[in-house]
Write a protein that binds this ligand. Sequence first.
Ligand code: NAD
Length: 277
Amino acid sequence: ATVPSLALNNGVQIPQLGFGVYQVPPEETADTVATALEVGYRHIDTAEMYGNEKGVGEAVARSGIDRGEIFVTSKLNNGFHSRDDALRAFDRTLAELGFDQLDLFLIHWPLPGIDVDYVETWKALEEIYRDGRCRAIGVSNFKPHHLQRLFDETEIVPAVNQIEVHPYLAQDDVRAFDAEHEIVTEAWSPIAQGKVLDDPAITAIAERLGRTPAQVVLRWHVQRGDVVFPKSSSRERMAENFALFDFELETGDLATLTGLDRGERTGPDPDSFNYIP
Ligand code: NAD
């Protein structure tokens, strides 16, 4: 079974399942992404902050797969939020990847309390989009109050909002707000970096269905309509996380997983995180 695509609010199609490369060491990235492409992934999620865009670009180039068949996302690093810095950072991203055009570029964090307002940053992404150097633009770690300022003060509605989502942090309020505004939610750390996989409610469903806990949790995301890109460095787990489209969770199982929500983040809260590397 193949990976379905979702339509973004500008008509661009995004594969609902991708491969994330956070914490993949730069020197291993080309090989790791090459393996993911062999397994079948056609959507890679990287960021300037991860320091491994070059390896992603190398793997894409070496794969022999048409550039147009692989969806690549990167994100503006914290510290480059002013208009001019953002434009230069985007040029660096394209150069590192070795691409003429990126598929999706995101503001990585809203960064409260720094001296540049993310509204200025968003206007820089609008320029990049209008130039045609990026097929879609979006944000990451934005709460409804951040998004509302973009709606009030800028022109383009973000195509995606990439936020932490997993059974211990279901984020149904932010996801509903995104959906109301035709913004696709992307769920980062979809298995909470492995933390949810021992949960007895999840292992029970997995056992009953003859699936792994990771597959059950990733399938929950897919059925909720979010985009996911689990990270793994082993080919076996990459293949396990890719095999999500030949089974379905019943409504009761979906509700059980959503019911595990306890508002528990594995990463920082966007309202206080303002780390600049
Ligand atoms: P994840 O939830 O995908 O978990 C990854 C970890 O879980 C791996 O290191 C591995 O140890 C383990 N794992 C993976 N598959 C497994 C399996 N089948 N069985 C058992 N264990 C398994 O966490 P993540 O890497 O933090 O998130 C995924 C992607 O989301 C990242 O690579 C990155 O692209 C993105 N992300 C974005 C942000 C952001 O601020 N926008 C933050 C964090 C992550």
